[in-house]
Write a protein that binds this ligand. Structure first.
Ligand code: AHN
Ligand code: ZN
Length: 327
């Protein structure tokens, strides 16, 4: 009898794990019994690799245009209503970039909305390389660009099964990483980074677009990524930062999400806060040991697929899924 009972328990456990493999109950310390699907790190990694396989996604190149088509069709396949916002944007050197912000909306009829975003372009320069011969070589941007988009594509895949109380808009911003290179000798312009988000913040895809808040992902793929309370995120969204970092810690991701305040970074979220007036935080890799404060791969040839870690993608993705489910 005792043996029969334990056999039954084993069979039951096997049955539950086979049938409930993609659904994970949150721990009982939370008051709401949320059903949150589990984020597939393999799937997110594949989305990163697929972007990188196009080659560098530098505006005005065929690789860039091919990736735009891949991103918009992916969002559509996942059930989003997709808008491609095209614009001609002027770069630091006066060149004109044909840029496309790609917006995927889930439950567009819902009033309460959350904005999730990342940039999808990759940098045309490797200007932090020691060797000047490499400065004009574009980067793969596996981390700087593709990692955030890969996490958001996996979230997009899962949203239709989640029965959320909020609508979600996922925006892939273009022309974030075309900012003035360190070696540039010409006149120094203002606001040369984040051209796609600056355009969207001034001219959103829906007139008077509002979201309750936004979360930007930037460089969320390195094994040793540290996510801290970046200054502008804290200034405009301290409460949201605390909620997201607490969610991460409760899920066991405290090794990545560290609640210490760090200096300001001009990233896409800056314009979403100051121009679109939507409180938006930045989950961005901070490294206190480099001169520029980012990972050592930053704007170098080392920013390729070998620097992408599935566990980091999962930490960020599962945290976002739990935040969304809690709204
Ligand atoms: C500046 O370096 C001014 N901003 C960093 C924004 C960035 C570049 N994020 C990724 N690449
Ligand atoms: Zn960059």
């Amino acid at each position: 009898m005792k043996h029969l009972k334990s056999l039954f328990a084993v069979l039951l456990a096997a049955f539950l794990s086979a049938c409930g493999g993609s659904v994970q109950k949150t721990d009982t310390t939370q008051h709401t019994a949320l059903q949150v699907p589990s984020f597939s790190a393999d799937s997110a990694y594949a989305y990163v690799a697929e972007q990188v396989a196009f080659g560098p996604r530098v505006p005005n190149t065929p690789e860039h245009d091919a990736c735009a088509a891949y991103l918009s069709s992916s969002l559509e396949r996942m059930g989003a209503k997709v808008v491609c916002q095209e614009a001609s944007l002027t770069a630091f050197d006066g060149s004109v970039l044909r840029a496309t912000n790609i917006i995927g909306s889930f439950s567009p009829e819902k009033q309460r909305r959350i904005l999730l975003c990342a940039h999808w372009d990759s940098r045309p320069f490797s200007d932090t390389e020691a060797d000047p011969a490499l400065w004009n070589t574009p980067i793969d941007g596996a981390n700087d660009g593709a990692s955030g988009v890969g996490v958001l594509l996996e979230i997009a895949r899962l949203i239709p099964g989640m029965n959320l109380n909020v609508g979600v808009d996922i925006i892939f911003f273009d022309a974030e990483d075309y900012g003035t290179p360190e070696f540039y000798q010409g006149p120094q312009g203002q606001d040369t980074w984040c051209l796609g988000s600056q355009h969207w913040a001034k001219t959103p895809h829906v007139p008077n677009y509002k979201a309750e808040y936004g979360i930007l992902l930037d460089m969320v793929g390195a094994p040793d990524a540290l996510f801290t309370y970046e200054h502008f995120s804290y200034q405009y969204g301290a409460h949201l930062l605390e909620k997201v970092w607490k969610t991460a810690r409760d899920l066991g991701y405290g090794r990545w999400f560290v609640p210490t305040k760090t200096y300001p970074i001009t990233d896409d979220h800056y314009y979403i806060n100051t121009v679109a007036k939507i409180p938006c935080i930045d989950i961005i890799h901070h490294n206190p040991h480099t001169a520029h404060g980012f990972g050592s791969f930053w704007h170098t040839q080392a920013d390729n697929i070998t620097g992408i870690n599935k566990a980091t993608l999962a930490a960020v993705g599962n945290t976002l899924l739990h935040v969304l489910a809690g709204e």
